[in-house]
Write a protein that binds this ligand. Structure first.
Ligand code: ADP
Ligand code: ADP
Ligand code: MG
Length: 524
């Protein structure tokens, strides 16, 4: 068959798109639940896919239709393009929402969707290929007149070549994977004698995570903040930005807590960063929702680092601030609609903060904590949003990213948002698995966090300096301490406070008792 000329992103090609009615959600976990909820809100049908490990998952229950997609291993299921497309055909979906992670930034997947006449809810394949290569994205930013972190013009061939740039730029420098994402393949190099081994580890991490070991060099910005701009672009050349998100609290270069607005970004800087983000997007031929990431230094100079060409984990803070449903906008933009509002219509109200809830043990070096959720109490009340895939009895599988939810609070200002989040974290109980909830309780009580006095090194310092958690987490090996904890669990179980939360008929259920004993460490 003759393939049509490659111009999938021209308005003309899009204007005859028909409205989306049934969306295959090519993802799992909390983000699949989020997208399926948007489908329901819009009166659209959703098609869930699930691996052998996800038969009982919440996204499967919430979707209009659900299809098995393969074995537990992601490579056999959520990353299997042939199989995902086969399900899309079988289910007669007319569009695919890729969520984040998995196939969301895979140009081949977007191209195959386009070839099959399926609307890929995201930018075009060509655009994904461009911005997915971080070295090319940097060049696009330079071409758009946006300041990038000084560094090599493209990937370097060897540690020796990296050294030449390092000598020119001055240490410390960053070695970064061109194909990188999720904080992988990034190494800080403080001095010349660390460069060779850092180059090797960054390249081999990049090869195993992305199948692409290419490395480029950037000067390390000292004590920066991570500030990113959410953008929306339609297929007719219209663009808006929806303010910034501050994502400075990171562990291993991966975000842990995000907020908006940034406590250090005023209106004038916001407008300059917004304009820079839109210039990069235009240069890259970007359409749909996306995020342009910057580092902000102490002098309030900002530097482009990368484009995330998808819905982002932390998108809810922007939704709470603007009242705009980003998934609904993605769907509308993907079917060729014009943006329904202009920059002047975007208003930022109040303050929002998100905590990423991971099935990991923050008191044990973030060890994975898969297993059965034996009891669950979900926070609620004014200003609280809970995006999660958890329910009582759900077994968190070991096979995937440990994110199981996000807890987001909105308040009229930052202190109000912090207090609400603290209140909601105290309400949040998860028994049976460990989660990052206790970490956030500690961070939100920290004076530097409260004063917004932090940079990207904050969380590592905080974790290193933290005194041994006071809840007896270090006593695991001691049978007497363990017996004391079980006794305490029983006491808690019988306490007035606990009874007040549960209908009397469930209070005495033996499995719940076991669950509470196991999950004692989540008691305040
Ligand atoms: P965000 O950028 O949306 O704030 P992360 O950078 O933490 O969030 O990435 C979101 C998810 O996508 C994580 O599960 C991460 O491991 C995964 N991810 C991000 N980029 C890539 C990539 N290039 N390849 C594979 N997985 C990725
Ligand atoms: P990823 O694709 O993994 O998200 P990014 O390029 O967005 O990688 O960088 C992730 C994080 O690493 C940033 O938010 C920042 O904390 C840190 N980082 C990246 N580049 C630099 C740099 N040049 N100087 C200082 N920190 C950096
Ligand atoms: Mg990034």
């Amino acid at each position: 068959m003759e393939s049509p000329p490659e111009s999938p992103s021209t308005p003309l090609a899009m204007s005859n798109r028909s409205p989306i009615r049934r969306i295959l959600v090519a993802n799992r976990g909390e983000i699949a639940v989020r997208v399926i909820r948007a489908c329901r809100d819009l009166g659209l049908e959703s098609v869930a896919i699930y691996s052998a490990a996800d038969r009982e998952a919440l996204h499967v229950r919430f979707a209009t239709y659900a299809y098995p997609v393969g074995e537990a291993a992601a490579s056999e299921s959520y990353l299997n393009i042939d199989r995902v497309l086969q399900v899309a055909r079988e289910a007669e979906a007319d569009a695919v929402h890729p969520g984040y992670g998995f196939l969301s930034e895979n140009p081949e997947f977007a191209r195959r969707c386009e070839d099959e006449g399926l609307i890929f809810i995201g930018p075009t394949a060509d655009c994904l290929a461009l911005v997915g290569d971080k070295a090319r994205a940097r060049q696009a930013a330079i071409d758009a007149g946006v300041t990038v972190v000084p560094g090599s013009p493209g990937p370097v061939e060897s540690a020796a070549e990296a050294r030449r740039f390092a000598d020119e730029l001055g240490y410390p420098i960053m070695l970064k994977a061109a194909a990188g994402g999720g904080g992988k393949g990034i190494r800080l190099v403080d001095a010349d004698d660390e460069l060779d081994s850092a180059f090797e580890t960054a390249a081999s991490e990049a090869r195993s995570a992305f199948g692409d070991g290419r490395i480029y060099v950037e000067k390390a910005i000292v004590a920066p903040r991570h500030v990113e701009i959410q953008i929306l672009a339609d297929l007719h050349g219209n663009q808006v930005y929806l303010g910034e998100r501050e994502c400075t609290l990171q562990r291993r270069h991966q975000k842990v807590l995000e907020e908006a607005p940034s406590p250090v970004v005023g209106q004038e800087l916001r407008e300059r960063m917004g304009a820079a983000a839109l210039a990069v997007a235009a240069q890259a031929g970007y359409s749909n929702a996306g995020t342009v990431e910057f580092l902000l230094d102490a002098a309030q100079d900002f530097y482009f680092i990368e484009v995330n060409a998808r819905l982002q984990v932390e998108h809810p803070v922007t939704e709470l601030l603007t009242g705009i449903d980003l998934v609904a906008e993605q769907i509308s933009l993907a079917q060729g609609d014009k943006l329904s509002f202009e920059q002047e219509d975007v208003e930022l109200r109040g303050h929002a903060i998100e905590c990423r809830i991971y099935a990991e043990d923050p008191d044990n070096n973030f060890a994975p904590s898969p297993g059965v959720v034996e009891a669950l109490r979900i926070p609620g009340g004014p200003g609280i949003r809970n995006d999660s895939c958890l329910f009582e009895g759900y077994e968190v599988p070991i096979h995937y990213d440990p994110i199981v939810g996000k807890l987001i609070a909105w308040g009229t200002d930052r202190p109000a948002a912090i207090r609400r989040l603290q209140r909601a974290l105290a309400e949040y109980k998860v028994r049976g698995i460990k989660t990052t909830i206790p970490l956030f309780q500690r961070v939100l009580a920290d004076a530097d966090f409260i004063n917004a006095d932090f940079d990207t090194g904050y969380l590592d310092h905080f974790l290193n300096d933290a005194p041994e958690a006071a809840d007896g987490a270090g006593d695991d090996a001691d049978p007497i301490a363990e017996a004391a904890r079980l006794a305490a669990a029983l006491h808690v179980f019988l306490s007035e406070e606990e009874r007040a939360y549960r209908p009397p008929s469930t209070v005495g259920s033996p499995w719940k008792l076991a669950g509470r004993a196991a999950g004692l460490d989540h008691e305040p």
